[in-house]
Ligand binder design. Structure first.
Ligand SMILES: Cc1cc2nc3c(=O)[nH]c(=O)nc-3n(C[C@H](O)[C@H](O)[C@H](O)COP(=O)(O)OP(=O)(O)OC[C@H]3O[C@@H](n4cnc5c(N)ncnc54)[C@H](O)[C@@H]3O)c2cc1C
Length: 253
């Protein structure tokens, strides 16, 4: 039996990530179930779902509860914390618009309280910085890049195994598409560069041996997939002949 969504991590409305997190649970589990049912993987692959998802859900729910509590300073700044009746509420809100020292003080306090909501409304790290650490991720011996700023607030793109595939614009002279468009949810994907073309042969052999769809994408000048703006070059964190393996759920495998 597998559990997903609010049944195992109940979200308050604050932060607006409850459905997102619940859907991610299923996204994480679906390709694993498919692989096991098709005989492409052993049942132990399924064990990785809770291992990967539980820490993410815990982090999001904790943050969402903190975000809920951070509304009080806003009500305090507006002066309506103890207002009961609608009329009282409306009356107290008027001071915010007044041309008076009291009005200016209220506007300043409100601005400070709203700035503190960055952790709810501008928190890309919480939203897309999920990291999976399980047997369904192949460690390559490298060290995860350190993040100097707040990892809940800022999302640092990285190809370190277990992290989400970074978005980068790729294409040719007529088309533009994302790394996420190419790494389709129905396949494993290998990204490499021109001097890494031998990975294509490896992908064909390994895919045939394991009975899985393993698609290699060679990115480079003169090819079907080009690094239009150097986005991939800046983000790939491996040499041109290195390789990035992406799972069907678009996390680095
Ligand atoms: C006011 C509010 C605003 C929100 N805003 C956002 C937002 O902006 N973004 C966001 O991502 N998330 C938001 N969320 C959170 C989001 O709604 C939940 O996290 C999400 O709906 C959880 O999905 P779920 O499928 O796990 O559970 P649910 O949506 O709760 O679905 C469970 C279903 O199971 C049914 N059920 C229960 N018991 C049984 C039973 N015994 N037999 C059969 N059926 C049963 C229920 O009727 C229900 O239909 C918000 C939540 C609230 C309350």
């Amino acid at each position: 039996m597998f559990c997903a969504g609010d049944a195992v991590h109940k979200h308050p409305p604050s932060h607006g990530l409850g459905s997102n997190t619940s859907i991610q649970d299923s996204y994480n589990l679906a390709w694993k179930l498919a692989a096991v049912l098709r005989g492409q993987a052993g049942e132990e692959l399924l064990e990785s779902s809770s291992v990967e998802r539980a820490p993410v859900a815990k982090q999001v729910v904790t943050r969402a509860n903190d975000s809920g509590r951070e509304y009080k300073p806003i009500f305090d700044a507006l002066g309506v914390t103890n207002a009961v009746a609608d009329e009282e509420f409306t009356e107290k809100l008027k001071l915010r618009k007044e041309n008076s020292p009291g009005g200016a003080a209220r506007r300043g306090a409100l601005r400070a309280a709203l700035d503190n909501k960055d952790h709810e409304f501008n928190a890309q790290g919480t939203e897309i910085g999920q990291f999976y650490d399980s047997g369904a991720v192949i460690r390559d011996g490298g060290i995860r890049p350190e993040q100097a700023d707040d990892p809940m607030l800022h999302h640092h793109k990285s190809t370190y195994p277990g992290l989400r595939l970074p978005h980068a614009w790729l294409g040719d002279r007529d088309h533009k598409f994302s790394t996420h468009d190419i790494a389709k949810g129905t396949q494993f994907t290998l990204f490499t560069g021109i001097t890494g073309q031998r990975w294509t042969e490896v992908a064909v052999r390994v895919g045939a041996r394991l009975g899985i769809e393993l698609v290699s994408v060679v990115i480079g000048e003169g090819l079907e997939v080009q690094d239009l703006y150097g986005d991939w070059f800046r983000q790939r964190e491996v040499d041109e002949d290195g390789v990035i393996l992406v799972r069907p759920d678009k996390h680095k495998g």
